[in-house]
Design a protein around this ligand. Structure first.
Ligand code: GLN
Length: 265
């Protein structure tokens, strides 16, 4: 038996345990009459990793952002309130948090990838993104090739880290746990540049004129909302809400709200 088989067996056992213990959880009627089981009664619990502005970040005592608003639409449909849990990205993208019942869903500017799809289920895509490079304004770092022998900041466990390691031959990658630490490192010159998702970097340079987005890499990523593998009832509910919001203008209104500088879609 390969190590991989053992791992998926462990996952299957964890999932089974959850189904059994799930009996004590609340059952909420989905709008299609299907039963959706939530980890905490009356709440739609979201796992995310803060900060990831403008998708999720703290504003005073509240967590706000594009993803938060999208999940609020789902919560409203289920007639519950959203509760956000801030947790490291690693546990989110490996499906561990969902399997452990820490949350019902994960909304974390998370790219749908084949590897992640083995460990959790994704809603349909709700946002397009691509990797991009950020550096001090006027710096010569406009490509990975230009960073040979230089320090490139990456965020742990992200598609940006994977991209930089795969395509940045001779570039020294330096890992950071979250995007706030990563961007501060660029600002203070601890690293020469950093890779991360374009939406987040454009938001940062809008507020930090000393930095610039020097290139985008056209990785063609799509964000999805994660649910525990096999939680089809909740996944379908999310898809239904996103589809409705796209067609009735609520999605566009949120896009305008959180990406005011983006060209009109
Ligand atoms: N979209 C990237 C990924 O999925 C970054 C997500 C994040 O840092 N929250 O890896």
């Amino acid at each position: 038996m390969s190590a991989r088989t053992v791992l998926s067996l462990v996952t299957a056992v964890t999932a089974l345990t959850l189904v059994t213990t799930g009996c004590t959880s609340t059952k909420t009627a989905g709008s299609g009459g299907t039963e959706i089981t939530l980890v905490t009664e009356g709440k739609l619990t979201t796992c995310t990793h803060l900060p990831y502005e403008p998708f999720q970040f703290r504003k005073g005592s509240e967590v706000v952002g594009f993803d938060v608003d999208i999940v609020d639409l789902v919560a409203k449909e289920l007639k519950v309130t959203q509760e956000v849990v801030d947790t490291p990205f690693e546990g989110i993208q490996t499906g561990e948090d969902l399997n452990a019942g820490k949350c019902d869903l994960a909304a974390a500017g998370m790219t749908i990838t084949p590897v992640r799809e083995e460990n959790l289920d994704f809603s349909g895509p709700y946002f397009d993104a691509t990797q991009a490079l950020i550096a001090k304004k006027g710096s010569p770092y406009t490509s990975l090739a230009s960073l040979k022998g230089k320090k490139l900041g990456v965020q742990q466990g992200t598609t940006g880290e994977t991209y930089a390691k795969k395509n940045g031959a001779g570039v020294e990658t330096v890992q950071f746990e979250d995007v706030a630490l990563l961007l501060t490192a660029v600002k203070t010159g601890q690293v020469d540049a950093a890779v991360n998702d374009n939406g987040v970097l454009f938001e940062y340079v809008r507020k930090n004129a000393d930095l610039a987005v020097t290139t985008e890499f056209e990785t063609g990523e799509k964000y999805g909302i994660g649910v525990r593998s096999g939680n089809t009832a909740l996944r379908k509910e999310i898809d239904k809400v996103i589809k409705a919001a796209r067609s009735d203008g609520r999605y566009d209104a949120l896009y305008q709200k959180w990406f005011p500088a983006a060209p009109k879609k």
